[in-house]
Design a protein around this ligand. Structure first.
Ligand code: IPD
Ligand code: CA
Ligand code: CA
Length: 261
């Protein structure tokens, strides 16, 4: 399989679906917005965009299965799996806000082998196909060199269901408000990609799903960054715990925010 060639075709698909999202946002009406749960939105656009992705990716790699957010296609265990979020950042989207993105990862068995995250409004295409080969609009990506929490620029998110551990992490975050700049941008796939691009130094979030993180995490690792779960282990795609960083700041994030008292 020529991954670079496949990736350039996936980029075209992400761009087409991203343009669809951008055009539809202006047409969205209040009645089009449904709630899946408290402050968790969905629209026909999420589902339509997912169908567009599934049809196009199916043609590209007929042997691959799908793991998707909107379940417009059934999951089947296959060696190759597309893990996709057609619209990451729906809360921003339904409020007429940005950013939002299309997120596409290709997994081979347990390993991610490609990541594509596209922000159609900023026209930012983050991609990766192997270690050392991560790009933003075809320019090579590098993580930041920030080695301390102090003066760090750090993204995070608030999970839909906030348990005791999640609340504890938010309290720890608050204790660092005087030292670092924190941002909630509202699209996990992009926020992890921002770490890959050296825009931010780290990102953490609990309660995320594989389609939120798979593509971004791979892009970050290919750019020299680091991902872990909240125990420092590797279960960050399916384990609903994500710490993404430039590597240098990782241990301080773990010590003071994730595991700190
Ligand atoms: C959401 C976004 C958001 C994160 C949520 C996710 P969606 O994805 O990534 O930043 O805080 O937990 O569910 O619902 O917009 O695809
Ligand atoms: Ca998502
Ligand atoms: Ca989504």
């Amino acid at each position: 399989m020529n991954l670079d060639l496949l990736c350039s075709e996936v980029k075209d698909i992400a761009r087409t679906v991203g343009d669809y999202l951008k055009n539809e946002q202006a047409l969205l009406k209040r009645n089009d917005i449904e709630l899946k749960g408290m402050r968790n939105y969905v629209t026909y656009i999420d589902k339509e965009a997912e169908q567009m992705l599934v049809l196009a990716l199916q043609q590209l790699l007929p042997e691959a299965g799908f793991l998707t957010e909107e379940n417009t296609v059934d999951f089947e265990q296959r060696p190759y799996t597309w893990v996709i979020d057609p619209l990451d950042g729906t809360t921003n989207y339904v409020h007429g806000d940005t950013p939002y993105s299309v997120s596409i990862a290709l997994m081979h068995n347990e390993e991610t082998i490609m990541g594509v995250v596209y922000d159609p409004v900023a026209d930012q295409m983050f991609t990766a196909t192997e270690m050392g080969k991560a790009y933003l609009n075809d320019l090579p990506l590098q993580v930041s060199k920030q080695a301390k929490l102090e003066n760090g620029y750090i993204g995070f998110g608030i999970p839909y269901s906030l348990n005791e551990k999640g609340e504890h992490i938010l309290q720890n975050t608050m204790k660092q408000f005087k030292k670092c700049s924190f941002r909630i941008k509202g699209s996990a796939a992009l926020e992890i990609s921002y770490v890959a691009a050296g825009i931010s130094d780290a990102y953490f979030h609990s309660g995320l799903s594989p389609w939120d993180v798979a593509a971004g995490a791979f892009i970050l690792q290919c750019a020299g960054g680091m991902c872990s779960d909240f125990s420092g282990g590797n279960n960050y795609i399916f384990g609903k715990e994500m710490v993404a960083s430039n590597g240098a700041i990782h241990q301080e994030i773990m010590n003071y925010i994730i595991q700190g008292n």
